[in-house]
Design a protein around this ligand. Structure first.
Ligand code: NAD
Length: 295
């Protein structure tokens, strides 16, 4: 299949490469030339602009930073909707506000396109390994048509409900993750302040009622887990600023929907402070250091 892939960043590039590995022809577009060159080096094609990217494509994917980029790329004067043929399979995999996902899908529907929101979980490791989880909002038939392509990039594909529901699930999940990372960091730092070996403490809590993914798979304390970003100076992984963005989406959504998210709001403020101290590009588990006893 001929596929247009717009947004070849930390996530988009490995996702596009997995589509190629599955035998598809990918034409990629990104503002950063190095990202496009990496796709071309692996046998892909460089698009000159959006019109060129989607020309003749049977499927279009976008994997962009935030809502405003998605609005611009899909709805802009020279955007995807201005050029893509009716009936093309279309998906946005970025994490954005559910209401923006719905608005863009509505505009797409007006042109005979069933756009699905398909944000992902699993990080850059999952994107490279092709083991992402897709949380899909939109028409079931559109998802069925997209499924073989999503399966080239992911392992679990969930239909969350109508348009925007994929984004709602993603926001709920990441709010919980952000809170759990801070809670896990607090507990570990409390133990360390009392002379505990964090490895011992982690292994006991992992078998007790405090067990959670941040503790067991992504332990924030350096020296506990070789595979976690904490073992490599919190480089790579999922950035503090991306977590701030997702918590911001959760807090804004709670305001609009009348839900109460006091811990989500507090977590957002703590990551804000951590970012302001110059840590925005580090993995979000680096919040462990901010909470540690100084001196
Ligand atoms: P990234 O910043 O590495 O990549 C985004 C890419 O989009 C960049 O290369 C940028 O140049 C490109 N871009 C921006 N505007 C563009 C435009 N108008 N035309 C073409 N390209 C454009 O971000 P990422 O880590 O790949 O994340 C992408 C999305 O996936 C975000 O919404 C993020 O929240 C979500 N996400 C990220 C992770 C993760 O671990 N990094 C995990 C799950 C979900």
């Amino acid at each position: 299949m001929d596929i247009a892939f717009i947004g070849l960043g930390n996530m988009g590039l490995p996702m596009a490469l997995n589509l190629q590995k599955a035998g598809h022809r990918v034409r990629g577009l990104d503002l950063a030339p190095a990202q496009v060159e990496a796709l071309v080096a692996a046998g892909g094609e460089a698009a000159r602009d959006i019109a060129h990217a989607v020309q003749g494509a049977q499927a279009v994917f976008t994997m962009l930073p935030a809502s405003k980029h998605v609005e611009r790329v899909w709805l802009g004067e020279d955007g995807v909707l201005a050029h893509v043929a009716p009936g093309t399979r279309v998906a946005d995999c970025s994490t954005i506000a559910p209401e923006v996902a719905r608005r863009v899908a509505q505009a797409a529907a007006g042109q005979g396109l069933a756009l699905i929101d398909a944000p992902v979980s699993g990080g850059t490791g999952g994107a490279q390994a092709g083991t992402l989880t897709f949380m899909v909002g939109g028409d079931e038939t559109a998802l069925t048509a997209m499924r073989p392509l999503l399966e080239a990039m992911g392992r679990n594909i969930f239909h969350a409900g109508p348009s925007g529901c994929g984004q709602t699930v993603k926001i709920c999940n990441n709010m919980l993750l952000g809170i759990l990372m801070i809670g896990t960091s607090e507990a570990l730092n409390l133990g360390i302040a009392n002379g505990m070996d964090p490895k011992v403490l982690s292994s006991v809590m992992a078998q007790s009622s405090g067990r959670n993914w941040a503790l067991e798979v992504y332990n924030p304390c350096p020296g506990v887990m070789d595979s976690a970003p904490a073992a490599r100076g919190y480089s790579g992984g999922f950035g503090v600023d991306l977590m701030r963005k997702d918590l911001g989406l959760a807090v804004e959504n709670a305001l609009a929907s009348g839900a109460a998210v006091p811990l989500g709001a507090l977590a957002r403020s703590l990551y804000d402070l951590h970012s302001q101290a110059g840590n925005g590009a580090l993995d979000f588990s680096s919040v462990f250091g901010m909470l540690g006893k100084k001196g």
